[in-house]
Design a protein around this ligand. Sequence first.
Ligand SMILES: Cc1ncc(C[n+]2csc(CCOP(=O)(O)OP(=O)(O)O)c2C)c(N)n1
Ligand code: SF4
Length: 302
Amino acid sequence: MALKDLPTEECILQGNAACPGCPATIGLRIVLKALGKNTVMVIPACCTAVIESLYPYTSFGVPVMNIAFEAAAAGASGVEAAFRQQGKTDTTIVAWAGDGGTYDIGIQALSGAFERQTNFIYICYNNQIYSNTGIQRSGATPYGAWTTTTVGGKTEFRKEMGEIVQAHHPPYAAQACISYPEDLYNKVLKAKSIKGPKYLEIMAPCPPGWRFSMERTIEMGRLAVETGAWALYEYENDKVTFNGKSKLILDGKIERKPIIDWIKYQGRFSHLFRPQTDTERIDALQNHIDKIWERYKSCYLY
Ligand SMILES: Cc1ncc(C[n+]2csc(CCOP(=O)(O)OP(=O)(O)O)c2C)c(N)n1
Ligand code: SF4
């Protein structure tokens, strides 16, 4: 599916409350083009709950149930059960949560929904921070990054949410990025066509949270993939298939760019360059990514 062939119908309307250059809105726009209007969204506390606008107005063209921070997957399970009870099986139920609501506080509800085989799509838009409450660190924040709760740079490495999800053996899981809209669109369509719990995680570079200027959102996503800080893949029937630039990197057809090419544009890493370059921490971040790719190469069937 080429970008020009995507449906023209918009479910994210004008007048929403997103920051300029917001990746959540870019991602959700593509997601809802793939899912269409027969969709119900369950959204916990996160930026998107604000982007929707203030009651009694809405900037979303689909029904939304807002729910407590920790409860996206549990709430979506309830909605799915209620629809099933009423015989409405053609509506797509989507939980849409940030990385804080997924990696951290919502992980228990998500694990439960996987175990119950809830027929829904869980989507995490990963901006690597709790942005709605003022940029706190999450389990997805990379090592070395500044946040308001890691003022000298985060001292831990990010969780491998993809591997945690795969340990539940869902019928479908995938990683995408807002900078590759056709890939994201196709992955959402695939998820929609499969019964059971599906997981999709979207890399979402956030201008105010990562401290880069708003016109660079797409570039920051592309560099995340080109440096291997993020990988594009699908997981089906216990098999991982890499795609796009991530496949080219894995197959050795293109070189993975050094991580410095991504972090040098983000103010959240500026303390690693000034007053002098902190090679120790930059190397630690690079080594961590190298290890992830070694694991991709050795453990996964692709
Ligand atoms: C139990 C609970 N703790 C804390 C909060 C405050 N809170 C609301 S949104 C949010 C951050 C959400 O972060 P994330 O899920 O990453 O989404 P983002 O804001 O980045 O879009 C927090 C801490 C809350 N609503 N409920
Ligand atoms: S803080 Fe980031 S994710 Fe939240 S609305 Fe602004 S750009 Fe979007």
